[in-house]
Design a binder for this molecule. Structure first.
Ligand code: FES
Ligand code: FE2
Length: 402
């Protein structure tokens, strides 16, 4: 893939093609619990756009541009009262319908409702406020994810910002080979009980790649945890945390904040039973919640808190990501992916045979961009995908059961 093509996959701001394609899907924007009726407005950044989210007195959520449409003061500072945000500078008020509803310094005849506010349609499910960045005149039905309607207690939603572009972290997931190196403490030794030395003795994992209408799916022969990993356009990776049908699942969403930052969402859920912190999936990846809890302590500035002593005395291979007795694979992934820099220098990359899924994944994305440029709907953005998404995990189980 040419460097220019790679740039097109990675960049999302302004008119960048991938950003335009991504705006054809509902985007997870903010955790519902962060928006309290009449509470502090919350700053958001998605696709390089600065926004503010708030919840009105009646519980309605609204997302608009951060800058006040009058003279640009930040609405993060605004008062949130009586179903609207009132700008501190001159008192313009934006209602929960996203329109200017009061502006005392404007003529009485002014069409306040015609003033652009950057309003984004929203929808709430799974503890997430979803926002629509596409054409406001054709807002599709809410996303039909299979976790959308699971009961309370069956789902945990976590989010944290990663200091690199959206594709970089995702590609680390498309790289089964790294498990036997980076995660040799936390996955390899713990779960491959059939082999004392773990995966890393078994060489490059064999894999099978299945194109799909929603993206693609792959399985790896030596991977006894993720029994089939679907990639769902434009940024989702679906995983099953264990070998049974009732195992917990996690969906990771790599949502671009801008070209060089990503909001990583981890949606952990179980359709059949409440999540058990000591249970199969949550225990196996206990590091998932911990990774988000401890995230701020593992940053580039402190070399991701790498513990050389633990590396020397054999407690940890990587020295990264363990705290209070918990090891987190995600913290290892965050660290190593951020360590590549905000945007990997494609020209300095030397791909190996074990990177074949990364190549195939990039090709799927490139293909989607080309089709989108020709005027076709992006893969999985229509109603068919709703079906694919609602059955995706069970489909993914199929190869392992055979
Ligand atoms: S800048 Fe907000 S009301 Fe004037
Ligand atoms: Fe990893």
């Amino acid at each position: 893939m040419a460097t220019r093509q790679f740039e097109d996959l990675v960049r999302v701001e302004g008119q960048a093609p991938m950003g335009q394609l991504m705006r054809q899907y509902w985007a997870p924007a903010i955790q519902s619990e962060r928006l309290i009726p009449d509470g502090a407005p919350q700053r958001l950044r998605l696709f390089g756009e600065d926004l503010v989210a708030f919840r009105g007195t009646d519980g309605t959520v609204c997302i608009v541009d951060e800058r006040c449409p009058h003279r640009g003061a930040s609405l993060v500072l605004a008062r949130n009262e009586n179903c609207g945000l009132r700008c501190l500078l001159h008192g313009w008020k934006i209602g929960t319908n996203g329109k200017v509803v009061e502006a005392a310094n404007m003529p009485a005849a002014a069409r306040l409702d015609k003033i652009p506010t950057g309003h984004r349609p929203t929808h709430e499910s799974a503890g997430i406020v979803w926002a629509w960045f596409g054409d406001p005149e054709s807002v599709p039905p809410p996303p039909a994810h299979n976790f959308a309607n699971v009961p309370e207690g069956h789902i945990v939603t976590l989010a944290s910002t990663i200091g690199c572009n959206w594709l970089q972290l995702l590609e680390t997931l498309w790289d089964p080979y790294h498990i036997s190196w980076l995660h040799m403490d936390s996955i390899d030794r713990s779960y491959d009980t059939s082999d004392e030395d773990g995966f890393h003795t078994s060489g490059i994992p064999e894999h099978t790649f299945y194109p799909a209408e929603f993206g693609f799916r792959y399985t790896t022969a030596s991977d006894n945890i993720t029994l089939g990993v679907p990639f769902v356009m434009p940024w989702y990776s679906h995983h099953i945390l264990g070998g049974t049908n009732q195992a917990d699942r996690v969906v990771l969403a790599h949502v671009p904040v801008d070209d060089t930052h990503t909001m990583l969402w981890a949606i952990i859920y179980n359709i059949d039973m409440p999540l058990d912190p000591k249970g199969n999936g949550m225990a196996m990846f206990n590091g998932f919640p911990k990774a988000f809890e401890y995230r701020d302590e593992f940053r580039p500035e402190n070399l991701w808190a790498q513990d050389r002593e633990a590396m020397r005395d054999g407690r940890s291979h990587s020295g990264i990501g363990f705290r209070n007795g918990t090891m987190s694979v995600l913290l290892e992934d965050f660290a190593l992916t951020e360590s590549m820099g905000p945007i990997l220098d494609r020209k300095r990359e030397h791909l190996a045979p074990s990177d074949v899924l990364i190549v195939k994944g990039r090709n799927v994305l490139w293909d989607a961009l080309e089709k989108f440029a020709r005027g076709e709907a992006p893969p999985g953005s229509g109603s068919e995908v709703a079906i694919a998404r609602s059955t995706i995990d069970r489909q993914a189980k199929a190869p392992a059961q055979q």
